[in-house]
Design a protein around this ligand. Structure first.
Ligand code: C2E
Ligand code: CA
Ligand code: CA
Ligand code: CA
Length: 279
């Protein structure tokens, strides 16, 4: 029994070393990934629920890793946050998204609003406002065509400071939305002091619309709350016709999800928009 314990111990140590090594290896790769041009953005359409019109896109980052292939953000954003690489990565995302949106406009597509995710450390960084201003200036994109998506948790960490920063961003002319709404714990009374334009219903509440009365109650409450505060409301993760019908009948304004489209490469998105409104 003693021997077995010892072996187990060695086994776990080896496992742990492997995990740490993999993490260090990822971290090393991540440090160079911006310079090496290994990140890509894909763009998921946001659709008006009444008209079916695409009015915007959300930019979502991917890492084309030289060994592991295409990685989704859940595989590297936490590490980027932890290590501070998120500042360089976030700046790249902002610049690339603004430039791409300006390119689409210059190519004659009807203007879209582009939404960019901002993670906690990025939002708290002193230079965020400056970085946003710079991305707009360098790309030539008008501020009305940029939106930042921020989660509730980020705002609630330091409410006063967050509201002040949101005010500065609003004053620049960009829009703000609360992502994953309903999963955090922002007090409803705080919500009215946020200079935001949209609430996004988290996909965990969307999944069982049509079959789960609890989720239906939550979704319709968020829609009602948003409208009372004169905000627009969008649902993410819409995959079925049933979910879409529920949201439409309950007055949700916008939707995003695989039912309409997966996130697309820039050229694919352009094709989709051309089909929507031929020049
Ligand atoms: P999120 O902001 O909540 O983004 C929505 C996620 O749901 C995306 O996953 C999207 O691809 C996925 N999705 C879209 N439609 C559907 C659907 O119909 N069903 C299901 N099941 N999922 C759907 P993704 O691209 O893997 O991104 C995951 C998270 O990573 C994002 O969650 C966001 O928090 C973060 N993220 C993505 N891009 C960036 C970025 O550029 N910067 C930062 N800081 N975070 C990012
Ligand atoms: Ca988002
Ligand atoms: Ca979300
Ligand atoms: Ca999410």
């Amino acid at each position: 029994a003693k021997d077995l314990g010892k072996n187990n111990c060695q086994f776990y140590t080896r496992e742990m070393n492997a995990t740490i090594e993999r993490k260090l290896h990822m971290l090393e790769g991540l440090r160079n990934a911006v310079d090496e041009g290994q990140f890509q953005l894909v763009y998921q359409p946001k659709v008006d629920l009444r008209t079916g019109h695409v009015f915007g896109v959300e930019a979502l980052v991917r890492w084309l890793h030289p060994e592991y292939g295409l990685l989704g953000p859940d595989r590297f954003i936490p590490l980027a946050e932890e290590s501070g690489i998120i500042f360089a990565l976030g700046e790249w995302v902002l610049q690339t998204a603004c430039r791409q949106n300006q390119l689409w406009q210059e190519a004659g597509l009807s203007p879209l609003r582009i939404s960019v995710n901002v993670s906690p450390r990025q939002f708290e960084e002193q230079r965020l406002v400056q970085r946003v201003a710079q991305a707009l200036e360098e790309s030539g994109l008008a501020p009305e065509w940029l939106e930042l998506e921020v989660t509730e948790g980020v705002i609630m960490r330091d409410l006063q400071q967050a509201v002040a920063k949101m005010g500065e961003l609003r004053a620049m002319g960009i829009s703000l939305s609360i992502d994953d709404f309903g999963t955090g714990y922002s007090s409803l009374s705080a919500l009215k002091s946020f200079p935001i334009s949209t609430l996004k219903i988290d996909k965990s509440f969307v999944r069982d619309l049509g079959s789960n009365a609890g989720d239906e109650a939550i979704a319709s409450s968020i829609i009602g709350l948003a409208h009372q505060l004169r905000l627009r409301v969008i649902a993410e993760g819409v995959e079925t016709e049933e979910q879409r019908a529920f949201l439409r009948h309950n007055g949700c304004d916008e939707m995003q999800g695989y039912l309409f489209s997966r996130p697309l490469a820039p050229e694919q998105l352009r094709q989709l928009l051309l089909r929507q409104s031929p020049p």
